[in-house]
Design a protein around this ligand. Structure first.
Ligand code: DNO
Length: 351
């Protein structure tokens, strides 16, 4: 297991120097943030990112993410050129020895929340999702009401994108995903890169858009689309966790034993309704994810991939990018490292 930490590049207020001071953290999860979606990621730019990380005495372990162009998700005729670029980007990262690529296949929006600063009982703040609040937003009036997304789209740009998805259902999205994976996974395999799809967050349809990576059956179907260790899952406990129907622990153990989990996002959530939840501290007692059993099952499966403490709360007066402050994620890293050490050592003793 490689303990990693997400770093948003040179503009991240949390420096690599600070991250280096968190015990147990050896790897960095990062991306290029200035390449237009769909373009090839230039080798020199990835090399420069890697150099910044190695100069700080850390390893660039995961690229999260190379975004998938909407034309690929929509299966438009233009998708082939974008898939070619995606393949070139994978080759480039592979040639630099970066082993893991996280990506997602969610239409239009990636993660979604209705409140980025919900106050928990202890006075810290965390991200919250309430389906009624999200459903009450009229996207035709623009994205200004959408926490975290106002800067990503113009009202017209968003409207035409939503229109493009009219009539695109879950099965269309599945076949577009299959088409994409059949092209990119062999390239990833050749390049020594293991891809891990990020589950949909939250794991259900929003704004009438199809979302397909939502439960264990979907993960099973995904792994069957292309039979390769490079066709894997970024197992995000906080994205799948809001779906009370998933046995997270069983499913993470199962896919890890199959060798299909190159990357884990360890995040905890508290379900407050069928389609509402808020995020919490990482430890088991704070939420509905049994983090000990998740880590224990990974240890039993001989997990050798990367893990990162996902979304922290804002604590101790910290201000920063929602979910990505320093303090609570650092606590999370220590907690996860403790669970891992205890799990591995107790397994060794029981052999
Ligand atoms: C949010 C993240 C996601 C994730 C992408 C991966 O905090 O978990 O934005 O990076 O879904 O492609």
């Amino acid at each position: 297991m490689i303990m990693t930490f997400r770093w948003y590049g040179k503009d991240d207020p949390i420096s690599l120097r600070y991250i280096r001071q968190i015990p147990a953290v050896k790897g960095i999860v990062s991306a290029l943030y200035d390449v237009p979606v769909g373009d090839e990621w230039p080798l020199e730019k990835i090399a420069a990112l890697k150099k910044a990380v190695t100069d700080a005495d850390l390893e660039l372990t995961v690229i999260e993410s190379i975004p998938v162009h909407e034309d690929i998700k929509l299966g438009l005729p233009t998708c082939d050129a974008f898939i070619d670029n995606y393949c070139r980007s994978i080759r480039n990262m592979g040639s630099l020895g970066i082993p893991i690529l996280c990506y997602n296949f969610m239409p239009v929006f990636d993660w979604m929340r209705s409140d980025l600063s919900f106050t928990l009982a202890d006075g810290s703040t965390a991200l919250l999702y309430d389906h009624d609040a999200i459903s009450a937003i009229d996207l035709n009036e623009g994205v200004l009401d959408l926490p975290g997304w106002a800067a990503s789209y113009t009202t017209d740009g968003l409207r035409s994108l939503l229109e493009a998805y009219t009539g695109v259902g879950p099965e269309d999205l599945w076949s577009n995903l299959e088409y994409f994976l059949k092209r990119v996974v062999p390239v990833a395999e050749e390049s020594g890169v293991r891809m891990g799809i990020h589950p949909d967050d939250p794991p259900w349809s929003i704004f009438g858009l199809p979302r397909i990576i939502t439960d264990e059956a979907a993960l099973e179907r995904l792994t069957g689309l292309v039979d390769s260790p490079s066709n894997g899952i970024t197992f995000c406990t906080g994205s799948l966790g809001p779906n009370a129907g998933i046995d997270l622990v069983r499913s993470i153990g199962r896919f890890a034993r199959m060798g299909r989990v190159p990357f884990v996002h360890a995040r905890n959530i508290r379900r407050t309704g069928e389609r509402s939840f808020h995020e919490t501290a990482h430890c088991t007692e704070s939420g509905d994810v049994d983090m000990y059993r998740v880590i224990r099952l990974l240890a039993e499966a001989g997990f050798g991939g990367a893990i990162r403490p996902d979304h922290g709360r804002m604590i101790w007066g910290e201000k920063g990018r929602p979910g990505y402050g320093l303090y609570d994620r650092a606590l999370g890293a220590m907690y996860l490292a403790g669970l891992w050490e205890a799990s591995v050592k107790s397994l060794d003793r029981s052999r």
